[in-house]
Design a protein around this ligand. Structure first.
Ligand SMILES: Cc1cc2nc3c(=O)[nH]c(=O)nc-3n(C[C@H](O)[C@H](O)[C@H](O)COP(=O)(O)O)c2cc1C
Length: 306
């Protein structure tokens, strides 16, 4: 259908995620230690998320800010956990997530053990020298502020399997989203073991060299999932056009990692808000150019195939 000269004076970004309506399909991805970017850390990011009506993913294991401070900020939130976290901590935080107002649980599935942490630990220690020691005391998990003890104290044996997702499924009614899936086979397994959502992601290419770009894996995962779970994507989403293309390929919403942290580093809460606003404005502009006025109108027809 030709889409030129459509009335695009009113464009809505409203998006349905797990049956609830949200103001935008642009979410904030989980990331560790926001205080390395700005002294106000996760609280600044969460405030900006609320201002720009984006879902904020709270990194429960590697946050620099106590959860209660972050939960005081308005706006919808997902809770992010690692399955390698000691069972007794998961048994404590996961069943409470619903009561605390989280809308879903995001589980990292692509980092089964701590190899990469060994590698980045010296960098973390170097960067953390710039953090106010008082602030370090506020870190939500004890001992994150003791250099060299992160790996041993924070991670389990490293043997995480799909059965862990099944176990977690019994602890919560909230939607469970498996993050770090690139293969259609893994997407099908995640659903089999209880996932309601998949984040197609290569973790910013920081886990395994030569991992394929998430955007190239998205369509195959969407096809494999075949509507049995909601599919999200992160890694490399840098503009409204990227968001539009991801949605056209079947993503329910996208998550933004590093650009949010760059905004946080440059301008704290205002910087995060600016990044989020730019992405939303670009998306609105691009939708207008394609003759689209609502998110549910976005589909593969807008893509040009070589
Ligand atoms: C500083 C930093 C910390 C991150 N911490 C985590 C983490 O703890 N768990 C996780 O699953 N992903 C983590 N990520 C990965 C992001 O969630 C996201 O998958 C990745 O950055 C790709 O998105 P981007 O290209 O928009 O940055 C982190 C990314 C960054 C940059």
């Amino acid at each position: 259908m030709p889409r030129v000269l459509m009335d695009v004076s009113e464009i809505s970004l409203k998006t349905t995620i797990f049956g609830s309506i949200y103001e935008s399909p642009i979410l904030i991805a989980t990331s560790a230690c926001h205080c390395l970017a700005h002294v106000d850390g996760e609280v600044a990011t969460a405030r900006a998320a609320a201002e720009t009506q984006c879902i904020f993913t709270y990194n429960s294991m590697f946050s620099n800010m106590p959860e209660e401070k972050v939960l005081q900020t308005l706006g919808p939130k997902f809770l992010h956990i690692y399955l390698t976290t000691p069972v007794e901590i998961l048994e404590h935080i996961v069943p409470q997530a619903d009561k605390k107002g989280y809308r879903a649980i995001v589980i990292t599935c692509d980092q089964p053990h701590e190899r990469i942490l060994d590698f980045i630990l010296p960098l973390f220690e170097e960067a953390s020298k710039n953090i106010d020691p008082e602030l370090m005391k506020n870190m939500s998990i004890p001992n994150l502020n003791i250099p060299g003890r992160i790996v041993k104290q924070r991670f389990g044996t490293g043997s995480v399997t799909w059965a862990n997702i099944e176990w977690l499924r019994k602890l919560t009614q909230l939607p469970i989203i498996c993050k770090g899936i690139l293969s259609p086979i893994d997407a099908e397994l995640a659903i089999k073991y209880g996932a309601n959502g998949i984040i197609v992601s290569n973790h910013g290419s920081r886990l395994i060299d030569t991992a394929p770009p998430a955007i190239e894996c998205l369509e195959d995962v969407v096809n494999a999932v075949d509507g049995h779970a909601e599919v999200f994507v992160d890694t490399g989403i840098r503009s409204g056009t990227d968001v539009l293309k991801a949605l056209a390929l079947g993503a329910r919403a996208v998550l933004i990692g590093r650009p949010i942290l760059y905004g946080l580093a440059c301008g704290g809460q205002d910087g995060v808000r600016r990044v989020s606003d730019i992405l939303k404005h670009e998306l609105v502009y691009d939708m207008a150019c394609c003759g689209l006025t609502s998110i549910d109108q976005i589909n593969k027809d807008i893509l040009y195939k070589h």
